[in-house]
Design a protein around this ligand. Structure first.
Ligand code: ACO
Length: 349
């Protein structure tokens, strides 16, 4: 990275949405759902795969176990399970969905999109479909896209899914990364609901200068799939752990403050904060800097590890279903991921 490049938070431009936008149509999250595969891989199980131990993984990350997709279980299958649960809670039929957005970095296939695979599995024949690639930030990017489409009258009902099968791109010989990730999916149905509560604001940001601190170098047109490239494990996830940790704290803090500023709220207005589930120490650092007790954060990474685009969506669904917030409460979701990407969203439930 050229020395002249400044950390992104110092160059962050004034958001075009610094003031809370006046939504022309209220966009509500009318249903959430999630799915994790049955197979549990504990830290003790990992001790048999790489040189690690439960004490190291627990104390450095907070992760105790993660879920691993079954043979033949792909990202779209997990996404479809989560979507069905969200649709059931929302009380909608597949035919009512106008658009399906799947956020993933582990698509079933480069094309068709995973969203198209999900469409077929759901029978959502009236929907347009596409995937978005924003790594762990993808679900909130999807929420913002859905909010825009609904509030400008293009669509009424949108299914947003964050789903990833990170086990398919992890280098299982690299203890630095193998212990961190898991598989899963989370979904939300968004719909125009007159006179109701909903998404107040979403902030999205990126800094491509930090692209190589967390990336999969191979598999695209730059480094195509060849035997030689696969032998060098270029088609697996590569990460500079310490640098990612630092940027995660800085970017999530900046994103959280931006969404609060845009919504005209303060942290004291928030009933629940739902952060990206990468590392408990990252969440603790964020809690300290926001001056909010950890108990107000929804944390499930001890059970699932980092499920990438699914993480915040699964945590949202768990918080919703366990009554962490009630109608009228304000919640903040905040994420970061490869790219570097980051995003935050304030929702009045
Ligand atoms: N088991 C045992 N020892 C390990 C393991 C392991 N699994 N992994 C690394 N170590 C060792 C290292 O080799 C190093 O040993 P050394 O001192 O002899 O060289 C030592 O532990 C310390 O390594 P650090 O990298 O300093 O450990 P750190 O405290 O930074 O924790 C970690 C590493 C957990 C990866 C942390 O940096 C982190 O969480 N970073 C952020 C990761 C993240 O959030 N990634 C996801 C981004 S989201 C997305 O887009 C997918």
């Amino acid at each position: 990275m050229p020395a002249s490049w400044k950390p992104f938070h110092k160059t962050m431009k004034k958001s075009p949405r610094t003031k809370a936008p006046k939504p022309t149509r209220t966009v509500s999250i009318i249903g959430t759902g999630s799915y994790v595969p049955e197979r549990i891989l504990t830290n003790a199980d990992l001790e048999k795969i790489v040189e690690t131990n439960d004490e190291w993984v627990t104390s450095r990350t907070g992760i105790k176990e993660r879920r691993i997709a079954a043979e033949g279980e792909h990202t779209s299958h997990m996404a479809t399970h989560a979507a069905k649960r969200a649709m059931e809670q929302a009380g909608i039929e597949a035919s009512e969905i106008d658009l399906i957005i799947v956020a993933t970095v582990t698509p079933d296939t480069f094309f068709p999109s995973t969203a198209c695979h999900v469409q077929r599995q759901l029978g959502a024949s009236n929907a347009a479909c596409f995937d978005i690639s924003a790594a762990c930030s993808g679900f909130l990017y999807g929420i913002e896209i859905a909010q825009q489409f609904i509030s400008n009258n293009t669509y009424n009902t949108i299914l947003v899914v964050g789903a990833d099968k990170l086990s398919s791109i992890v280098n299982w010989q690299d203890r630095n990364t193998a212990v961190l990730f898991g598989d899963g999916a989370g979904a939300a149905v968004l719909r125009y609901r007159a006179g109701s509560h909903g998404v107040i604001t979403t902030f999205m940001g990126s800094d491509g200068n930090y692209g190589d601190i967390l990336h999969m170098p191979g598999g695209g047109c730059a480094i195509p799939v060849t035997k030689e490239n696969i032998d060098q494990r270029l088609n697996t996830l590569h990460m500079s752990g310490r640098e990612t940790f630092k940027q995660a704290v800085v970017s999530m803090l900046a994103a959280a403050n931006k969404a609060l500023e845009q919504s005209g709220l303060t942290v004291n207005d928030l009933t629940c904060i739902i952060p990206h589930q990468a590392n408990l120490r990252i969440i603790e650092a964020l809690a300290e800097r926001l001056d909010v007790p950890l108990s107000r954060f929804q944390v499930n990474l001890d059970r699932y590890g980092n499920t990438s685009a699914a993480a915040v969506a699964i945590a949202l669904d768990e918080a919703n279903r366990t009554g962490r917030f009630e109608v009228g409460d304000y919640i903040l979701m905040v994420v970061f991921g490869g790219g570097l990407t980051y995003a935050s969203s304030v929702v009045q439930w």
